[in-house]
Design a protein around this ligand. Structure first.
Ligand code: WTA
Length: 629
């Protein structure tokens, strides 16, 4: 499959040069020069950027690197929320809109920086009153409403560690994340809306916390009338906020103190708690938001992600707020009530930057050009893409329907990297389907299994040679799993992606090299889906693969061996899907389930998903010397 992919990519030769006005406006006008400076003097480069932000105490050293452990801004004191809020409230930005929120039903709320700070302070006081202290973990299971942003910032302000769980995950998945984090408090809402359907989040939390003894309180945002009943453990968000003072000084944190954990899927076992810290993450998200999206004070940025995933953390909440921007934050789906939903929001609010996923673009493309053409999209100046490789057709359509002249930033990065690592900057030429070049300060290499760099256009493992500020600090409670990233191939960071670089140094990403699947840009691990399937009473064994899909990028295909005495049936097929929904949530339900009597395994008993995938796609499986007879 990889080879086919390379060949289809190689056919694309179209190159788009940046226009004069784009370069004129851009923060970075000469990429090569900035890249060279950052490469030669990385500590000076990152130090200069960090100085654009405010610190309670400066660092003694920009970077301490003791492979595989990095400490950034050693000895510095800061709090990311001081730079997201206080820094702006002290300035002319005080009454500038920080967040424009639109609900699925058309409700609107505009929150200024001053108001956001006061809300965050109230929330920090409310959390403090119920016993949350510096270092405590708080799980946030909220839909896309302003309270989600307020809750994140309130945790950070008082030094607690937030752990967001995407509200599409089931009670069982939520429970395992609360459990691993040993969260003291869970913040949720009665209801999240998606296509006019209410997802009963509080109900899901009640299920989940039954078996989580660490949870002392559940804070509930009640949106519905009549209001849902509260349990003895519960606190009403609005009542708590009304009682709380609107003053709360940001707690002074060490630059290396944890800011959040975010659970993400890996190759094996349970999701891992990727941990980020206040200092380095702040610097990395600040500068990438500014340079990649050419963010200016007058801009409105619309990132369509959900803060339950890393894109929302870095490019809805922290990056834009660090820059004092205005965020458009929308609840609901891109095509509900109709496929003009996002285009209509862009027209109504005069959005300047749109950052979304290839799956969403392909979905909107399916509805045709008429929808975007109905709206005035002339306010747009930069487009972004993230989460999965964007195919040239979708890239070209995205550009065409938004005026045929806008730069598209295809940004490659990960939960672990915290910030965008490979991307064009607006001043660069663009190749559809390519994420272009490394961000200044980032030194990638595409290598073979032994760590040997590969020549142009040869696909291999994506690695990063040197640390960068927003890199994860560790995996929560599992430093060994963290170390593996830097120890599997040579002494470099192994991303888990396959990529190639063309003769101009442009990167083309080819998908994951491991057992991580990206379904509509959502990151899932085959291991978790398999263990959900195997928890069904009739299932003996299961193996899952990601199968290429024209709309979703990949879909999940599950191979299932039934226990003796059970026969394949539509009933069981349906039951198995329901089991996955229960264990993980609707996003993890396999699109295809195939009953089988055999799975390819190594002699040591490991399932060779690669062989299954090759068979499914009708291609050569590669090295099968370890396959059992
Ligand atoms: C994939 C999402 C190709 C990649 C920010 C990576 C991409 C995984 C791109 C991380 C892109 C992200 N082109 N692939 N522009 N962006 N990916 O942790 O496989 O949810 O390893 O972070 O998404 O997914 P995660």
């Amino acid at each position: 499959m990889a080879q086919e992919h390379v060949e289809s990519m190689l056919k694309v030769e179209e190159i788009f040069e940046p226009s004069k006005d784009v370069i004129e406006r851009a923060w970075v006008k000469d990429y090569e020069k900035v890249y060279k400076h950052a490469k030669e003097n990385p500590e000076t480069f990152w130090g200069e950027i960090a100085k654009e932000l405010e610190w309670f105490e400066p660092w003694k050293k920009v970077l301490k690197w003791e492979h595989p452990w990095a400490s950034w801004f050693v000895g510095a004191r800061c709090n990311i929320t001081y730079n997201c809020l206080d820094r702006h409230v002290k300035s002319w930005r005080r009454n500038k809109a920080a967040v424009i929120w639109v609900g699925e039903n058309g409700a609107e709320r505009i929150i200024t920086y001053d108001e956001l700070l006061r809300n965050v302070n109230r929330c920090a006081n409310m959390l403090f009153d119920i016993g949350v202290r510096k270092g405590d973990r708080v799980t946030i299971y909220l839909p896309r409403i302003p309270e989600q942003i307020v809750a994140m910032l309130a945790c950070a302000r008082l030094g607690a560690v937030h752990s967001l769980v995407y509200s599409g995950f089931s009670a069982a998945a939520l429970q395992s994340r609360i459990h691993d984090a040993e969260a003291k408090v869970v913040i949720t809402a009665d209801c999240g809306y998606q296509r006019a359907k209410c997802i009963p989040l509080k109900h899901i939390v009640d299920e989940a916390v039954k078996y989580c003894p660490s949870v002392e309180k559940v804070v509930v945002v009640r949106r519905q009338e009549p209001k849902i009943k509260l349990e003895p453990k519960d606190i009403d968000w609005h009542e708590g906020m009304a009682k709380a003072s609107q003053k709360f000084e940001a707690v002074e944190m060490d630059a290396e103190d944890p800011l959040f954990t975010l659970y993400t899927s890996g190759t094996t076992g349970k999701p891992k708690g990727v941990m980020h810290v206040h200092g380095g993450y702040m610097v990395g998200t600040y500068i990438t938001t500014k340079w990649v999206f050419d963010l200016k004070d007058e801009d409105i940025m619309f990132c369509t992600a959900d803060p339950g995933w890393v894109t929302g953390h870095s490019y809805i909440v922290y990056g834009p707020l660090l820059n004092g921007a205005t965020i458009l934050f929308a609840e609901g789906a891109p095509d509900y009530p109709d496929p003009g939903r996002w285009w209509g929001l862009i027209e109504k609010y005069g959005v300047n930057i749109l950052y979304t996923t290839p799956t969403a673009i392909r979905l909107l493309m399916k509805y045709g050009d008429d929808w975007p053409q109905k709206y005035d999209l002339s306010s747009l100046k930069i487009l972004g893409s993230v989460g999965e490789p964007i195919n040239p057709e979708a890239w070209l359509w995205y550009r065409k329907v938004t005026g045929n002249k806008l730069p598209i930033m295809d940004t490659w990065w990960q939960t672990e990297t915290g910030m965008i690592l490979v991307t064009p900057l607006p001043c660069m030429k663009l190749k559809p389907g390519s994420a272009a070049r490394p961000f200044p300060g980032i030194e990638p290499a595409i290598v073979d299994r032994e760590g040997k760099p590969l020549p142009a256009n040869e696909g291999g493992f994506m690695t990063i040679k040197k640390p960068w500020p927003a890199m994860m600090k560790t995996i929560y409670k599992d430093p060994e799993r963290y170390s593996q990233y830097w120890k599997t191939i040579g002494n470099v960071y192994l991303a888990g992606d396959m990529a190639r670089q063309d003769k101009d140094g442009y990167f083309f990403f080819m998908g994951r090299a491991d057992d991580v699947i990206k379904v509509s840009g959502y990151r899932l691990g085959t291991a978790e889906i398999e263990s959900a399937i195997v928890s069904h009473y009739a299932v003996a064994e299961s193996a899952c693969i990601g199968k290429p899909d024209a709309l979703k990028g990949e879909i999940i295909k599950a191979f299932v061996i039934l226990k003796q005495g059970y026969k394949p049936s539509d009933f069981l097929l349906d039951e198995i899907k329901k089991q996955v929904r229960k264990e993980l949530g609707p996003i993890a339900i396999p699109s295809e389930v195939e009953f089988t009597e055999w799975l390819p395994k190594t002699r040591s008993g490991k399932i060779m998903r690669r062989v299954l995938k090759a068979k499914e796609l009708g291609v050569e499986p590669g090295d099968v010397s370890t396959l059992e007879e």
